[in-house]
Design a binder for this molecule. Structure first.
Ligand SMILES: Nc1ncnc2c1ncn2[C@@H]1O[C@H](COP(=O)(O)OP(=O)(O)OP(=O)(O)O)[C@@H](O)[C@H]1O
Length: 343
């Protein structure tokens, strides 16, 4: 469990103060994959670097498994950091060392015996899928492979927390996916808590259980990924959801649909979680004497389940349409909104 209480960081440069992280309070559960999303300058990097005190907080507290990181002296912090691995956007590898020597480096610093070191390095190389590359130098690796070395090195001292600072931002989409799959594997196999920061919704959608949205140094919204993205309250969150869902969630789509489809009732169905798997549309058509046309929509999957929006047009007998609407509203967890009634 990680507790962050009233965390603040004020930078002073050229007599100008910038509050990069502004009174952030959060709890992150053990074993969670917790994403922090925000646009450039929101304070994400500073936030994640405050957790292991790569940046010293101006005020506030960070606890990891009840140990107050912010109260530790320098030498105590060095030891505590062995429990907090970190992965960087630009890998931060040692270019003159081979893959195995890069991974061994934190073990050498921690004073781990040679035999134990070699065993651990080999099992980490296997874990991240780099078998056969032990003697290779970073310059001979692809971006994805370099990040695998970065991840193995971060895991060398068996940390309980892994901080990922834009770990996939320098990678192409396919490589990004393979690194995200690796992080999920590691989370499942080792039970490690992962905190990752990103500006890409796709990353949050694919692997996170919880998310915090940052803007101007503040966490403006946080919670379960499905809850936050299915009912975004803050404007920044809404923009990120739109990035993922396209126009399907945009308010101005109503206008367009109302003008294009002149008949019947236009309805927006909002699916959250398990219900997306139910054959709702076909059930409605079989049970009630109505026709349903699917106009547009998008359903996407997150770690916590699927969510999305579907715009449909119901035509047919008025009383049957009313019954179908009542069925959806009262018997399912799908949210239904009539955006145009029959004239
Ligand atoms: N060392 C520093 N000195 C002065 N200001 C800083 C320093 N580091 C960050 N800042 C400022 O703090 C704010 C937050 O920066 P930060 O890098 O944490 O944001 P970010 O969300 O990670 O953005 P990006 O993705 O672009 O790195 C910015 O206004 C930035 O200019």
């Amino acid at each position: 469990m990680i507790s962050i209480e009233g965390l603040r960081k004020v930078f002073t440069a050229n007599k100008t103060e910038t509050t990069a992280v502004d009174d952030v309070t959060l709890s992150i559960e053990q074993g969670d994959i917790f994403g922090v999303i925000g646009y450039s300058g929101a304070g994400k990097s500073t936030f994640v670097r405050l957790i292991n005190r790569l940046e010293e907080p101006t005020s506030g507290k960070v606890y990891i498994n009840k140990q107050e990181i912010t109260a530790l002296k320098k030498n105590e912090l060095r030891l505590a950091r062995q429990d907090i691995g970190m992965v960087f956007q630009h890998f931060n590898l040692l270019w003159s060392r081979t893959v195995e020597d890069n991974i061994a480096f934190p073990l050498e610093i921690a004073g781990v015996e040679k035999e134990e070191r070699q065993q651990r390095v080999q099992s980490l190389i296997d874990l991240v899928g780099l078998s056969g590359k032990e003697k290779t130098y970073p310059s001979q690796l692809s971006g994805g492979q370099k990040q695998r070395v970065g991840i193995a090195r971060a895991l060398a001292n068996k940390p309980s927390v892994l901080l990922c600072d834009e770990a996939t931002s320098a990678l192409d989409p396919e490589t990004t996916n393979s690194i995200l799959d690796l992080l999920v594997d590691i989370n499942k196999q080792l039970g490690i808590t992962i905190i990752l920061i990103t500006h890409e919704m796709h990353v949050i959608r694919k692997i996170c259980n919880h998310v915090a949205v940052m803007e101007n140094g503040k966490v403006v919204e946080h919670g379960n990924v499905l809850d936050v993205f299915s009912h975004p309250k803050n404007n920044v969150t809404k923009k990120f959801v739109q990035q993922l869902m396209g126009d399907a969630e945009a308010e101005n789509e109503f206008e367009h649909l109302i003008n294009t489809f002149k008949q019947g009732r236009l309805i927006r169905l909002h699916f959250v979680g398990e219900t997306t798997n139910d054959a709702l549309i076909s059930k409605l058509v079989k049970t009630y004497d109505i026709d349903i046309s699917i106009l547009q929509g998008k359903i996407t999957r997150t770690q916590a389940g699927a969510y999305g929006t579907l715009f449909i047009q119901m035509t047919g007998d008025e009383a049957e349409i009313a019954k179908a609407i009542q069925h959806v509203s009262e018997e399912t967890s799908v949210e239904l909104e009539v955006i145009r009634n029959v004239d």
